[in-house]
Design a protein around this ligand. Sequence first.
Ligand code: LLP
Length: 407
Amino acid sequence: MTSRPHWLADSQVRPLLERFGSPLYVYHEPTLRQRLRELVGLVGHGPFHASISVKANGNPHLLSIAREEGLRGDAMSPGEILLLERAGFTAKDIFFIPNNVSESELRFAHDRGILTSLDSIDQLRTWAEAFPGSRVALRVNPLVGDGHHEKVVTAGERAKFGIVPSELDQARSILAESGITLVGLNQHIGSGFLEPSRYLAAASTLLSIAESFPQLEFVDFGGGFGIPYREHESRLDLGLLGRSLDTMLRDWMRKNNRSIEVGIEPGRYWCAECGALLGTVFAVKPRGEGAIAGTDLGFNVLQRPAMYDAYHRIDLVAVQDVDRPTVPVTWAGNICESGDILGADRQGSLPRPGDLVRVRDAGAYGWAMSSSYNARPRAAEVLVGADGEPLLIRHRETWEDLMRGVA
Ligand code: LLP
């Protein structure tokens, strides 16, 4: 089986780790820009905007590239708003989509003039009491969910997000009583689909709901766009998705005789594939027919496999050119938990201590979900430009960082 080529050649792995340390997140600017441009061009006609979801990757260097490419940003917390501001985004390009927050967090966005979406009747009430006469959006739960794992399905009967259709009349009364203008409806049904039928069905539901809100300026269908983590998975057909949204939008505008802007806000799609995680093998144990390869890539560094059973391709970058048998390899980290497994029973060459590892498609929800569990400082991040030059865009945390905040 020949693998897809990777933007980071095997020969570049060692110099990067020698210079910046292990483990290390590395991002590739040309791949990043390519994905961003695909998103900006998704819907060819009609009013359309693409945002990036900061939660997937909050490094301001990457965010500012997204801004340069013409994307807006959505934020889930004041901290994410600050990251977007650090990257040069201004209020008009930021959409705040919180879930279960205090009045002071709502005020944080309001006072900056950032459009906010409320995702429950209670949060709408809090907003209405604090800011009568303002403009808001509402997050709808269209009762259709999707996602690569049950933990990332964000709509449906049991999801914690959004206002369900049967609560919309109540929302309408609160808006009317407080003189608030509803300018947007948004939703996000879940994360990581490679086949868009549920997304399109939910988009169509949102557009039908939009018909009964005459002051609406936009609908935002959310993110969720998957990427092919596995070798033989097909890419999401963005052409088909874009054309379908385009047709839906035009039909809606014709039927309703008014214009409406459409938005999307992908997280994974904009940054997963431009990111690789590099690490080192320190110990190899023969086990069963294969081996357990012990690395510095625990779930403190990349949480997705432990959290969602997520699959990432793991490439051995062998430093010694010796014959190796092909065996099932289980890749483990250095965290004190038996669930600290990056990938189990992957058929491949037997690793040896000192070998290096490249984990693919780690740019989304990689560093962003990393932690200092087991008191391990978080990894550094490096951006490789079109000229191949690496730029340090986040320092590795230090032991002093771990002590910061201890009272
Ligand atoms: N918009 C909203 C309101 C969201 O809640 C999310 C993600 C997104 C946009 C972006 O979703 P994306 O395009 O990345 O699917 N940590 C998980 C994914 C959790 C996504 C949560 N919400 C993972 O690593 O798979």
